[in-house]
Design a protein around this ligand. Structure first.
Ligand code: FAD
Length: 282
């Protein structure tokens, strides 16, 4: 972890663009509560194949209007060079400073990948088009991306993506700290010099989390799956146990030298704020 200790800690919160008025009100309340924690930046997800593009832009504009450094996620699968160029110009005009650059997943029904196959091509394109205008974050997978041919391949692909011009990486969430520590060590051995910020997924709804984890290849360790599974529909018990597990994970990560934390807030302030307070970060 030596390579990570030199970076100043940065804390960030991730939101998704709400689809309904009720969702907008809920996000607005969450932002009010989380803003006082003074995150370095907040980010807004982008639906597969650009399905939430307008929602992402509007949410970023709203968050910037509230004085936050807001970073849109931008996925390139299914996109053309021209459509990405237009989007980038829009973000330049809005004064966006940071982008989370991703490949994304091909939505069902879409056949052609478009002009970009992998995130390294998007990073390269953004640098070609806009130079150093944006601070670029990319995705990292301590437990490896589910489509990778092997761990070594995934690390080589991650290295290619970083060397294309990424400034920092945010990891997929994980509950096994050794996966992150070893991933960082592997990156260090390969000469990678950038902050790799752990992504933290608060445990709110176990069934939803289990489904999502199976799809994205993030492991819920057996002991945790069994504990949470045995709590059935008792949401309070699940939240309380999840809070303890995540707080301990974050504490150990920061003690080990992680350069901050990126919280997948699910547009809810409560679970993230509780972890923040338990860590004594405020
Ligand atoms: P890549 O880095 O391109 O990697 C994808 C796969 O291809 C990996 O298996 C990799 O090993 C392999 N690969 C990479 N480059 C090459 C190459 N040159 N040759 C051969 N193989 C290669 N999804 C969304 O739809 N919207 C979001 O807003 C969103 N936000 C995210 C935020 C974070 C922090 C993370 C961790 C994930 C997010 N995702 C999001 C999910 C992400 O889009 C998926 O995990 C997607 O499958 C991979 O995207 P990537 O940018 O990591 O792809």
């Amino acid at each position: 972890m030596e390579s990570q200790k030199k970076y100043p800690r940065q804390f960030s919160f991730e939101f998704f663009p709400p689809k309904t008025d009720q969702g907008k009100a809920k996000l607005s309340d969450a932002v009010d509560e989380l803003k006082v924690l003074e995150p370095r930046y907040v980010s807004v997800t982008f639906g597969a194949g650009g399905s939430t593009q307008q929602g992402t832009i509007e949410t970023v504009r709203d968050l910037m209007g509230r004085g936050l450094d807001a970073a849109p996620h931008l996925s390139c699968i299914g996109a053309t060079r021209e459509s990405i160029r237009e989007l980038l110009q829009g973000y330049v005009d809005m004064g966006v400073k940071r982008i989370v650059a991703l490949r994304g997943d091909m939505p069902s029904g879409m056949r052609e990948p478009g002009d970009f196959q992998y995130a390294n091509e998007l990073v390269e394109f953004i640098r070609e088009e806009t130079g150093d205008r944006f601070h670029l974050e990319v995705a990292a997978y301590p437990e490896f991306h589910p489509q990778a041919q092997s761990a070594d391949d995934d690390l080589a692909n991650f290295k290619r993506k970083c060397e294309a011009g990424a400034n920092a990486a945010i990891t997929q969430y994980f509950y096994n700290i050794d996966a992150y520590l070893r991933f960082v060590e592997d990156c260090q051995k390969r000469g990678l010099e950038l902050p790799i910020v752990p992504g933290i997924m608060p445990i709110i709804n176990f069934k939803q989390l289990a489904r999502f984890s199976d799809a994205c290849g993030a492991e819920i360790p057996r002991w945790l799956r069994w504990r949470l599974g045995s709590m059935g529909e008792d949401k309070e018990a699940i939240r309380a146990y999840g809070h303890d597990v995540n707080t301990e994970l974050c504490r150990r990560l920061l003690e080990a030298g992680a350069p901050g934390l990126h919280f997948y807030t699910m547009n809810q302030a409560g679970p993230t704020t509780a972890i923040w307070k338990a860590l004594g970060l405020s």
